[in-house]
Structure formats: structure tokens, C-alpha cells
Design a protein around this ligand. Structure first.
Ligand code: NAD
Length: 482
């Protein structure tokens, strides 16, 4: 790793603190079971392309076993427990996750490529907090939905992406169990390790067999889970393209569906904002986690009067960003999750240049091994440009200017997506004015990428439907009778 501004000594977190097994089986009915097909796939460390482990590849037969185990656990054990008893298990899981936080953070970084600072300070603490938060609701569902009659749905099929592997698992598993459902979860194929570690935690917590089942594999495994007739709910987080396939597969079935999909979120900077603070926030909003954030502020709209100054400050700031080994505590931008994702990002860099936008990248040197991308700014971007319309899911920021509030609202809302947005201004009335006009599930003001288990999260338009987090996250796992 090199950076022309700083010359810090490496400060590596030791990978020796985690034990990754050479091979992982499927976690079904409280036991580790070999996949019916006998097939395994490799998971690699995107920071250096080294092999980490072999992972079982589940097919429809394994999915059937997992769903049967979840059904039996639902009918015979979990649905018979009181909310307080379910809560005790969730608290136990949360505490065990906290105890193993360092191990989980290192594993997440090794498997996914995100900087250890983020896994350690954001992903894992937030995942633990989700379990604590929903553990607290388990015996208070009557208070959460006072005067309403409801019951658990039954078996939830849950499918997660690779950008926040354990956190997305927590967003799904914690509310499902708190409400009395059992689950079959399929993690993303490039980042299965922390879900498998979570299965070990469930065993250690004494969770009854079959309440949580973890089935690993690729898209075909996820599709088999979606297609299974004995699944009552599908909760999916991932790309809009796959979300649409899932929606089609569930039409005409009684399955309840929530979809958390892609984004192309607008970050709006007004001329009265504290500019240095905003520049730092913009850097965080898009370059955090290599831009692998569904709600990343990937489209920046700067008021014309300050555009030149802001672009100069962004370029200056990018010169001091550390790109490199994600296990190094100095690293700001780690590895891109997979070769495939790096190729997608590089394809969009070429598209941006072909569309006539001006590209800026800092002078840092990337490691020779592994999947890395320099943080990239595009200026002179047309509203219709593909780089401004399509989700890149990498450390790439497009910058456009505007003069009036009407213009920026129109430009920001001119997107198929509507996941999140940011507004930077010192004027409170403008915060309320803009946030009420932006078509986005979340609008942050003078900050970005702030998450809390008590806050609902979800999209408008092609960013999906349904909400996770907060009380809303509970209702996604309940059937209301009145
Ligand atoms: P993806 O859609 O390729 O895969 C997501 C998951 O779905 C993986 O586990 C994958 O194996 C599985 N899958 C693939 N094809 C499937 C099929 N036909 N049926 C069932 N399951 C299938 O997405 P990804 O590349 O892993 O994640 C990145 C995407 O996720 C981005 O678009 C990002 O914006 C989105 N995302 C959204 C949110 C949100 O809360 N809205 C959060 C995180 C990520």
C-alpha cells in the first residue's frame, strides 16, 4: 500500500486470531451435514486472492431438508415458546456475538475485503445491536402492535448479499426469531464465513435444532429456497435484477415478500453548508466500504457557486486516502469483494470516459495482488449518462451541479432507484423542504450512512419494498388478523 501524503507504518490485525476450517458443511436441523450433491466451492480472500476454505453447495434436496427442519422446529418448539423465552435465546446469541466480535470482524474482512476498521467498528457492533434490540421486543409484541391480533408467519427463507454479510443476516434473523418464526438463510457465495460462524454461535447458545438453518451456495441455491412451497416468507437483500426474478417467482403464491434492492442515492450539497464537514461526509458516503453500500451517496449534486471549490477539496482529500490491505488499521479503502465486481466497476469507468465525463483518481499505488480500485471522481456528467443512472457498486462518485432547489429535486428524483439521499445545508427549513420532496426511503441531513436498529430502512421504486429495522422490521415477520 502506498500513499503520497502519509507514510504510516503498517498496523496489521493478525489473521491468526481466527480459525477458519478447511471445509464447511451445511447447517441443517442443528447439525453439520454434507451437501446432497457432494459439491463444494472455494471462498477466497479478495485482498490477495488466497484460498480460505471450501464451502458446501446446497441444491434443492438440501433446501428441502432445511425447510422441513425449520417447519418441524416451528411447529414443535419455537411457536410454543413464550416471547420472553425466545428473547432469552436472542440475548444469549447477542452476547456470544459480542464476545466473539474480534474474531467475527477479522473473518468478515478476510472473506469480504472490507477494512478492518469498518468490520470492527460498524458491521459487527451493529449486528450485535440488532440482536439485542429485537431480543428486547420478543416479549413486547403486544405492546408494539397494541389492539391488534397477529401471529408468526412460520418458516422464513432469507437471502443476503456480500456487502454487509453478518449485518444483513442480523437484520433478517433477529426480527424473524423475535416474532416466533424459524429461518433458512442463504448467505452470498463470496462471503459465507460469518454466517457459518453464526451457526456455531447458535449451537453454543443452545438454540433448539432447526430454528436457524444456514444453507450455502450460489444463485441456484437461493432460487430453490424461493421456489420451495413450504416457505411462508421470502426476505431478500441484493440486486434489483435478482429481486425482480424473486418477485416473479412468488407471484400467485401465498408467500409474503420483502425486497431490499439496489440504489443510486443522491447527496445534495448546498452553498451554505459547512464545506469541510460536508466534504468529509461525502467521502464517507461513497468511499466507505469501497462503495459496496446499497445506499452509497454515489451521485453528488453541488450548488454551482461552490462546485469548483468542492471538487478541489474532494481531490485533495482523496490524495490522503489509504487504499490497500483491509487488515491494516490505517486502511480507508480495502479490496473489492470479487474479481467479477472489480470487472463491473472497471467496465463503468470505461463507460464514463466514453460518455465524455472527466475522470480523476489519486496517485496511490494499488497492491499487485488482489482486487483493488482507486477511488474515482467523474465531473462533467450528463444527467442521462449511464454512470449517473446505473448502480456501479464501487468507489465511484459522479458529480453534477445545480442552481435551484427545484432543479436539484428534479435531478435527484430522476432515477429508477430511491433508497437513500443526503442533504448538506446549515438551513433547517431547507433540510425539511428537500427531504420531503426526495423520493428516498432514508434522507440523512448533514451526515450520511448512519444506522440504528431502531430506525426502519428500505426503498422507494426499484430499490424495493418493505422495511427492515425498528418496529416496522417486526411487522414484516407477522401475519395480522384484523
Ligand atoms: P445479488 O442479487 O447478485 O445476490 C444477492 C443474493 O441473492 C446472493 O446470496 C445470491 O447468491 C442470491 N441470488 C442470486 N441469484 C438468485 C436467484 N435467482 N434467486 C435467489 N437468490 C439468488 O446481489 P449482490 O451482488 O450479492 O449484492 C449487491 C446488491 O445488493 C446491490 O445491488 C446492492 O445495492 C444490494 N443491496 C441492497 C441493500 C438494501 O438494503 N437495499 C443492502 C445491501 C445490498
Amino acid at each position: 500500500m502506498s500513499n503520497p501524503t502519509w507514510n504510516l507504518e503498517p498496523s496489521l490485525e493478525s489473521a491468526a486470531q481466527v480459525q477458519i476450517k478447511p471445509q464447511y458443511e451445511l447447517f441443517i436441523d442443528g447439525k453439520w451435514q454434507a451437501p446432497a450433491s457432494g459439491t463444494y466451492f472455494a471462498t477466497v480472500n479478495p485482498a490477495d486472492e488466497s484460498h480460505l476454505a471450501k464451502i458446501a453447495w446446497a441444491n434443492a434436496t438440501d433446501i428441502d431438508l432445511a425447510v422441513s427442519a425449520a417447519r418441524s422446529a416451528y411447529e414443535n418448539v419455537w411457536s410454543k415458546l413464550s416471547g420472553a423465552a425466545r428473547g432469552k435465546y436472542l440475548f444469549r446469541i447477542a452476547r456470544l456475538m459480542q464476545e466473539k466480535a474480534k474474531e467475527l470482524a477479522i473473518m468478515e474482512t478476510l472473506d469480504g475485503g472490507k477494512p478492518i476498521r469498518e468490520s470492527r467498528d460498524i458491521d459487527i457492533p451493529l449486528a450485535c445491536n440488532h440482536f439485542f434490540y429485537y431480543a428486547g421486543w420478543a416479549d413486547k409484541l403486544q405492546e408494539a402492535f397494541a389492539g391488534q391480533q397477529f401471529e408468526a408467519l412460520g418458516v422464513a427463507g432469507q437471502i443476503t448479499p456480500w456487502n454487509f454479510p453478518l449485518l444483513m443476516l442480523a437484520w433478517k434473523v433477529a426480527p424473524a426469531l423475535a416474532c416466533g418464526n424459524t429461518v433458512v438463510l442463504k448467505p452470498a457465495e463470496t462471503t459465507s464465513l460469518t454466517a457459518l460462524k453464526f451457526a456455531e454461535i447458535c449451537q453454543e447458545a443452545g438454540l433448539p435444532a432447526g430454528v436457524v438453518n444456514i444453507v450455502t451456495g450460489y444463485g441456484d441455491t437461493g432460487a430453490a429456497l424461493v421456489a420451495h412451497s413450504d416457505v411462508d416468507k421470502i426476505a431478500f437483500t441484493g440486486s434489483t435484477a435478482v429481486g425482480k426474478q424473486i418477485q416473479k417467482a412468488c407471484i400467485g403464491t401465498p408467500k409474503k415478500v420483502t425486497l431490499e434492492l439496489g440504489g443510486k442515492s443522491a447527496n445534495i450539497l448546498l452553498e451554505d453548508a459547512p464545506i469541510d464537514q460536508a466534504v468529509e461526509g461525502i467521502i464517507n458516503s461513497i468511499f466507505f466500504n469501497q462503495g459496496h453500500v446499497c445506499c452509497a451517496g454515489s451521485r453528488l449534486f453541488v450548488q454551482e457557486s461552490i462546485a469548483e471549490q468542492v471538487v478541489a477539496k474532494l481531490k485533495f482529500r482523496l490524495q490522503s486516502i489509504y487504499v490497500g490491505n483491509p487488515l491494516d488499521k490505517n486502511t480507508d479503502i480495502g479490496a473489492i469483494n470479487s474479481k467479477k465486481q472489480l470487472e463491473t466497476i472497471e467496465k463503468y469507468l470505461a463507460i464514463g470516459l466514453a460518455e465524455g465525463a472527466e475522470m480523476y483518481q489519486p496517485d496511490c499505488t494499488l497492491p499487485s495482488q488482489g482486487f483493488y480500485c482507486k477511488p474515482t471522481l467523474f465531473t462533467d456528467v450528463a444527467q442521462s449518462a449511464r454512470i449517473a443512472q446505473e448502480e456501479i457498486f464501487g468507489p465511484v462518485l459522479t458529480i453534477q451541479t445545480f442552481r435551484t432547489m427545484e432543479e436539484v429535486v428534479q435531478k435527484a428524483n430522476n432515477s429508477p432507484y430511491g433508497l437513500a439521499a443526503g442533504v448538506w445545508t446549515a438551513n433547517g427549513a431547507r433540510i425539511f423542504g428537500l427531504s420531503s420532496q426526495l423520493h428516498a426511503g432514508v434522507v440523512w441531513a448533514n451526515t450520511y450512512n448512519k444506522f440504528d436498529p431502531a430506525s426502519p430502512f428500505g426503498g422507494y421504486k426499484e430499490s424495493g419494498f418493505g422495511r427492515e429495522g425498528g418496529r416496522h422490521g417486526l411487522s414484516a415477520y407477522l401475519k395480522f388478523k384484523n
